[in-house]
Ligand binder design. Structure first.
Ligand SMILES: Cc1cc2nc3c(=O)[nH]c(=O)nc-3n(C[C@H](O)[C@H](O)[C@H](O)COP(=O)(O)O)c2cc1C
Ligand SMILES: [Fe+2]
Ligand SMILES: [Fe+2]
Length: 384
């Protein structure tokens, strides 16, 4: 319970294997919903239809015999709105609150029929008695219709997908890692739109944030806002350490990556994180590439191009507007190494990237003869 008047009625989904059909969520996912109990009763979003029954039972318990007056749809995506029809069947006299785009998009999923609607715009208010909501539009965080609402009496920001994380609430994990992996993969592309919402949020006195996934936030709000500032401006969190991502067919390039990691750790005394792109969750590797400023990409040449896992990785990074990093390259190829040239070509299409020299070229097995080039590349990388 957040307060006696604002209650949590969401659910943990621990049966889900992939969120949005692609992201591993080893500790599940929460779909959050809240109810404000005042002269008027206002429900904030529903949950994924996968968990509609549990949700409706939580709602019924919180309502304690009352009926909801309003249901605010902050985000139409099915992880939050796919139980709306079930909700309306049970509470047909409710008024649906959304913006013009909300209703356009809801009609794509449901036949809303005669359900009462309240269309709100930026800055408009909804009085519930001693609580009052002010609506804040948040387009593309994460869909075009997304809006947030700010409750002025208890100073609560209902932030939609922003400030959410992967993982069930019951898992009670540290916030940063799973929030980073969630944000950068799901919203990462839309940094400027997140920036404009952060600007609006900075004018509000916020005591608590209620996102649509993960725990409510209070004391950690300054830390969380600082991370969102970095993520939405594509600024790294770790300027000293190195992230090494590799894609290898027969393991030789992997061996080179491990050699580089040992050198960075032992000779240069910097933190290092290594990921085999074929085996580490690609969403996690993407989050690491945003976390670190200094990256080494190592790939085998494959049919005159790139080992597909590296090709894929670069494609994902590009799609999320990855930029402003310092990158070293290692390639492997037995007869006509091409991997570095292809990686360079991909990186040149990104903003403010620095590619350091020399590129290290292996012709098969990892040998000590490559170490002087590797050291030179690491020094360029650390000094850039
Ligand atoms: C399917 C396949 C395609 C390959 N294509 C090329 C190529 O186009 N050019 C090249 O120089 N080497 C090519 N190679 C050779 C590898 O790049 C070489 O074996 C290298 O040492 C692989 O490093 P790894 O053990 O890290 O995968 C290919 C190897 C395989 C298995
Ligand atoms: Fe979403
Ligand atoms: Fe969501």
């Amino acid at each position: 319970m957040l307060s006696s008047n604002i209650r949590y009625i969401g659910v943990d989904d621990i049966d889900i294997d992939l969120f949005e059909g692609q992201y591993y969520v080893p500790s599940g996912m929460s779909y959050n919903s809240y109810v404000i109990l005042d002269d008027k009763v206002c429900v904030m979003d529903t949950v994924d239809i996968r968990k509609a029954d549990v949700y409706l039972s939580h709602l019924k318990e919180a309502l304690d015999g009352r009926n909801p007056d309003y249901i605010v749809v902050h985000h139409v995506e099915p992880d939050h709105a796919s139980s709306l029809q079930r909700f309306l069947d049970q509470y047909p006299d409710v008024t649906i609150v959304g913006n013009a785009k909300t209703f356009q998009m809801l009609e794509n999923y449901f036949a809303l029929g005669s359900a009462a609607r309240l269309v709100v715009k930026e800055g408009e208010k909804l009085n519930l008695g001693s609580h009052e909501l002010t609506f804040v539009m948040a387009p593309m965080v994460h869909w075009p219709e997304v809006m947030m609402s700010y409750e002025g009496t208890e100073k609560v920001l209902f932030s939609a997908d922003a400030f959410g994380k992967f993982g069930a609430r019951a898992a009670d994990e540290p916030w940063d890692d799973e929030a980073r992996r969630y944000y950068l993969n799901i919203v990462g592309k839309y940094g400027p739109q997140v920036q404009s919402v952060l600007k609006k949020a900075s004018a509000l006195d916020i005591a608590a944030i209620c996102p649509l996934h993960g725990p409510e936030l209070d004391e950690t709000i300054p830390h969380v806002l600082d991370l969102y500032e970095k993520w939405s401006t594509y600024t790294s969190e770790d300027d000293q350490g190195v992230f090494i991502a590799y894609a290898t067919l027969h393991g030789n390039t992997g061996c080179a990556a491990e050699t580089l990691a040992n050198l960075i750790d032992q000779t240069y005394d910097r933190d290092v994180m290594v990921a085999d792109l074929a085996r580490v969750d690609s969403a996690e590797s993407l989050a690491c590439a945003f976390q670190y400023k200094r990256i080494i990409l190592c790939a085998s040449t494959y049919n005159a191009g790139l080992m597909p896992f590296m090709e894929d990785f670069l494609h994902h990074l590009k799609a999320k507007n990855w930029q402003g990093r310092v990158v070293g390259l290692v390639e492997n190829g037995s007869w006509a190494p091409m991997a570095a040239k292809v990686m360079k070509g991909e990186l040149e299409g990104l903003k403010n990237m620095t590619i350091v020299e020399p590129v290290v070229t292996l012709r098969g097995a990892m040998k000590d003869t490559y170490i002087p080039d590797m050291k030179q590349m690491i020094e360029s990388l650390l000094n850039a």
